[in-house]
Design a binder for this molecule. Structure first.
Ligand SMILES: [Zn+2]
Length: 332
């Protein structure tokens, strides 16, 4: 006869308290947009050039990118050639941000970053987020270069994610190469639960030249994440050729070679008892193959190869959710 404590999973540890040292920006004056779509600001230069797009607030509680758009709009940054779209995505989720319960405003009805698929846009599927994706998709489908700004719950150095195409990898590497810290560039195929914006066929197809990458700027509510996001956004606009170099931008005087890795495994928590053996951090490299990372019920999760990169471990994964992605670094 087993005791009750052996039958029941151990009590789930609550999320630790995260200080909110970066307050949410006041974006009231930008909420209407300037082109007939809420939250969308679009500018055109008289000289021809690419269409560069920066998106923020895909997730309502990740507002470092909203600070960046607020700064660019407040400074009246305009394209010197081509077109520029600055898009606040999930305004309604952001409006629900509550510093007392800051993790609850990621989305309203469903994760907006699993819906970027033309078939879904044409389908009868509906939700608050789906309608927003429907409204914004025509702009996305004319983008030549896109930067989607996110942040992370668990404190970690920034990372740039690209899809699997060579063109988007080159785009992400160019953004990393000029930045302090030279963030990791990680290629991954996305999520089984639906395409992210950077996985939209417009960017993921080799039949177009359009590129996209996703910045995870650091912890959601730390001022440094805003700084990283701003530096990356200015670099992005310079590299796209739509703005002239910004004098107040801190970048490396000469580019460094970015470190790149490819995600090989997406580790799901199969039980509610999934526990990492220690509080790993995104960007950690585990030198030895076979090192135990976590215990999931009766199963041990081990590194599948030497020098395994941990990508955004979620230290409190729910059952069925991704606990960590494992990346194999490219040969130097
Ligand atoms: Zn996000």
């Amino acid at each position: 006869m087993r005791t009750l404590s052996e039958v029941l999973p151990p009590p789930r540890q609550p999320l630790p308290h995260f200080d909110i040292t970066l307050p949410p920006p006041d974006i009231t004056r930008w909420a209407d947009g300037n082109c007939g779509i809420a939250g969308v600001h679009h500018f055109e230069a008289s000289q021809p050039g690419p269409h560069a797009v920066i998106t923020a607030l895909m997730h309502g509680n990740e507002y470092a990118g909203a600070w960046v758009l607020d700064t660019l709009l407040s400074r009246s940054v305009r394209p010197v050639r081509g077109r520029l779209s600055l898009i606040f995505l999930n305004l309604q989720a952001f409006a629900r941000f509550d510093p007392e319960r800051p993790t609850l405003s990621r989305f309203v009805e469903e994760d907006m970053n699993r819906l970027w698929c033309p078939e879904l846009v044409r389908s009868g599927h509906t939700s608050l987020e789906m309608e927003r994706v429907r409204a914004i998709s025509p702009i996305i489908e004319t983008a030549d270069m896109l930067l989607d700004i996110h942040s992370m719950l668990w404190p970690a150095p920034p990372v740039l994610l690209s899809g699997l195409t060579t063109k988007s990898l080159a785009h992400a590497k160019a953004l990393s190469a000029f930045q302090p810290g030279t963030p990791w560039v990680v290629q991954d195929a996305g999520h089984e639960t639906g395409p992210r914006l950077i996985d939209h066929v417009h960017f993921a197809s080799n039949r177009t030249r359009a590129t996209a990458c996703l910045l995870e700027a650091g912890q959601h509510w730390l001022p440094n994440s805003r700084l990283v996001a701003y530096t990356t956004a200015c670099l992005f606009l310079q590299q796209a050729g739509v703005i002239t170099p910004q004098p107040d931008l801190t970048v490396l005087p000469s580019p460094r070679l970015p470190r790149t890795a490819t995600v090989t495994h997406c580790v799901q928590a199969h039980t509610a008892r999934f526990t990492f053996i220690k509080p790993f951090c995104s960007g950690d490299i585990i030198p030895k193959k076979g090192t135990v990372l976590a215990i999931d019920g009766a199963e041990e999760i081990r590194t599948p190869y030497d020098n395994c990169l941990l990508v955004m471990p979620n230290l409190r994964p729910m059952r069925g959710h991704t606990a960590v992605r494992l990346g194999r670094p490219a040969e130097a």
